[in-house]
Ligand binder design. Structure first.
Ligand SMILES: *[C@@H]1O[C@H](CO)[C@@H](O)[C@H](O)[C@H]1NC(C)=O
Ligand SMILES: *[C@@H]1O[C@H](CO)[C@@H](O)[C@H](O)[C@H]1NC(C)=O
Length: 436
């Protein structure tokens, strides 16, 4: 592997090269069930490096104290169980190794609820084995229409247990301006928000039918999201699967995401983001952005998507920025990705415009540089399988494509469309731009 660009070399020496070396450009492998142990041996050095910064809380060896929501009056019938959850949380939060237990085989209904820290505990766990379901009454959200469940400022938190978090979003979807054009555009709640949480592990859960986004990591540090199933209908509006904003050192592993919007969206303030073994689709694919809306500054760096199967989505791996922003999206690696009938498998769109009025050309843009696409194969549902639509004012630089092979789903030609982009390296690429 000989990359000459010094910045790219820096990126790769940030141990990402180990992934290329260990997986080999040709040895495409995807196994959603691959366990953590094997992977950590497989990519030993990388995991060692990463585990220093993404140390997860140690298993609660000292006897955990379990607070079953049923013991605090939760009924699991159709009544509101919010108070019981608050009480159980507050007790767990003030004991050393507190566990809030949500028993299985029952459905608990919650209004908007915030589980606040900081806690006295060295570690706190919410073990969701049953189902938590959101109140569908929109009047319950009058005070804050943006959130349903929030974990606020909690350190050393685990949320796990094999159960389901159901946003019960159908009523919200019907009232979305994307579904009913006569209605004004308003926000619906994010189902679960982790806000300012450090050392967080979210594992073995199902998140379904969120009101809007499913899971939002905001201003968090050192996060593992493992074995999640995030499911909503393909036509449900804005139901992003996992949204990452202002968050550092986050790994998403072994997860299946099928929704009506981005499977994973990574926005400003995020760095050291790794997504591995992701099954995505339907939905809008894996996105960095949108960035730079309303002339804002955005910074995203060190993102790796490794081993993904993306199927039936509108986009595969996408970077999208509005015109007029500033800042950067850089050091990004997409590799070992299988595309199945994806409309825009590889796309950088610096003219992103998700509003009714047309967006006019502006003189600045969020700078996109050092993006590597390696071992990306499969089928495109449109003629333009590779699309770099970069801004005139701030062209895309250091774009590198190797082992890319995208053909048309069914029959037909594919092409690449490349505007205002400079390539570092381009080896074994189909379709390729005429200027490479
Ligand atoms: C590919 O996706 C399009 C919609 O994006 C759909 O109409 C078509 O049936 C799909 N083809 C296959 C073979 O799944
Ligand atoms: C950017 O793309 C536009 C549209 O294709 C083209 O007219 C312009 O010359 C390009 N600018 C640069 C600097 O390549």
């Amino acid at each position: 592997m000989n990359y000459n660009n010094p910045k790219l070399h820096f990126l790769l020496s940030l141990s990402l090269a180990l992934f290329i070396a260990s997986n080999g450009p040709l040895s495409f492998s995807f196994n959603p069930n691959q366990n953590d142990g094997r992977r950590s041996t497989h990519n030993g050095v990388l995991m060692t490096r990463f585990s220093r910064s993404t140390r997860s809380p140690s298993p609660s060896s000292s006897s955990p104290q379990v607070f079953n929501v049923d013991d605090f009056g939760a009924r699991g019938d159709r009544s509101d169980d919010s108070q019981a959850f608050y009480k159980a949380w507050n007790r767990a939060c003030s004991s050393k190794f507190g566990v809030v237990l949500v028993p299985k085989n029952r459905v608990y209904h919650l209004k908007p609820i915030t589980f606040s820290g900081p806690c006295k505990s060295s570690q706190i766990t919410m073990r969701i084995s049953g189902t938590i379901k959101a109140s569908p009454r929109r009047s319950d959200y009058e005070k804050d229409t943006r959130h349903w469940m929030v974990f606020d400022n909690v350190q050393n938190l685990r949320v796990e247990g094999g159960g389901t978090i159901n946003g019960n979003g159908r009523k919200w979807w019907r009232n979305s301006c994307k579904i009913n054009k006569a209605l004004p555009c308003t926000h619906a709640p994010t189902a679960v928000t982790f806000y300012e949480c450090k050392n967080l592990r979210v594992a073995n859960l199902r998140s379904k039918n969120a009101q809007q986004m499913h899971i939002n990591f905001q201003k968090c540090e050192n996060v593992q999201a493992v074995n999640l199933r995030v499911i909503a209908p393909g036509n449900s509006p804005n139901t992003d699967g996992i949204h990452i904003t202002d968050t550092q050192d986050i790994q998403i592993m072994n997860s299946v995401i099928r929704t009506g919007d981005d499977c994973i969206s990574i926005v400003s303030g995020s760095k050291n983001v790794r997504a591995t073994d992701i099954t995505c689709g339907p939905g809008h694919g894996i996105s960095i952005g949108s960035l730079g809306a309303d002339n804002s500054e955005a910074e995203v760096s060190n993102v790796m998507v490794n081993r993904a199967r993306i199927s039936g989505t509108t986009n595969g791996v996408r970077i999208k920025t509005w015109q007029g922003g500033s800042g950067y999206a850089k050091n990004i690696l997409f590799q070992n990705i299988e595309m199945i009938n994806v409309t825009n498998p590889i796309i950088i769109d610096q003219n992103y415009c998700d509003q009714d009025e047309p967006c006019h050309e502006k003189r600045s843009a969020v700078k996109i540089s050092d993006v590597v696409y390696n071992n990306i194969r499969g089928t495109s549902d449109s003629e333009v399988a590779v699309k770099f639509e970069c801004s005139r004012s701030s062209p895309c630089e250091g774009i590198s494509l190797t082992n890319v092979n995208l053909v048309r789903e069914g029959d037909g030609v594919v092409e690449a469309s490349c505007e205002n982009v400079s390539f570092d390296k381009s080896g074994r690429v189909f379709p390729r731009c005429s200027n490479t």
